[in-house]
Design a protein around this ligand. Sequence first.
Ligand code: HEC
Length: 142
Amino acid sequence: MFKPGLSPSPTRLLALAGLTATMLLAGAACAGDTTPAQQLGRFSAQAGAPGNADQGKAFFNTRHGGEWSCSSCHGNPPVKTGQHASTGKEIAPLAPAFNANAFTDSARVDKWFRRNCKDVLRRECSAAEKADVLAWLISLKP
Ligand code: HEC
């Protein structure tokens, strides 16, 4: 006699496997290898000085010879969803207190600092500039 639910059907097994895969993928996508405080420590150590939040604020909101400042895309202060200055694409808030994912993946931090600094300054940001910006971002609270 057929008893539904006693043995796992192939469909249910597939669904389970799918769920597990989704959970693994989601875990990998938001798996952080670092924290905002650790990143601040890293840049401060490279710069040989702790980040200065006031300098970071000025740096972030000023244009450096080009068309854009950091705030052109990230907003000022960067505590809300920003909008890309040319594509209009949404950008998650940069200040860690407003975005649990910000500064939790060192490869992503390096990648975007490199790319965005080149857009704004036509060069990479120095470790001191990164420490300053991050010190300011961490100081922004709800
Ligand atoms: C032309 C638009 C644009 C400008 C200008 C810009 N950014 Fe960004 N930035 C982005 C985008 C897009 C992302 C990716 C955000 C996302 O995935 O939601 C990003 C991400 C970042 C991240 C990664 C944060 C994280 O851990 O997720 C950092 C750090 C950052 N920007 C710093 C800066 C700094 C510093 C400046 C000024 C020197 C700057 N950005 C200027 C578009 C910009």
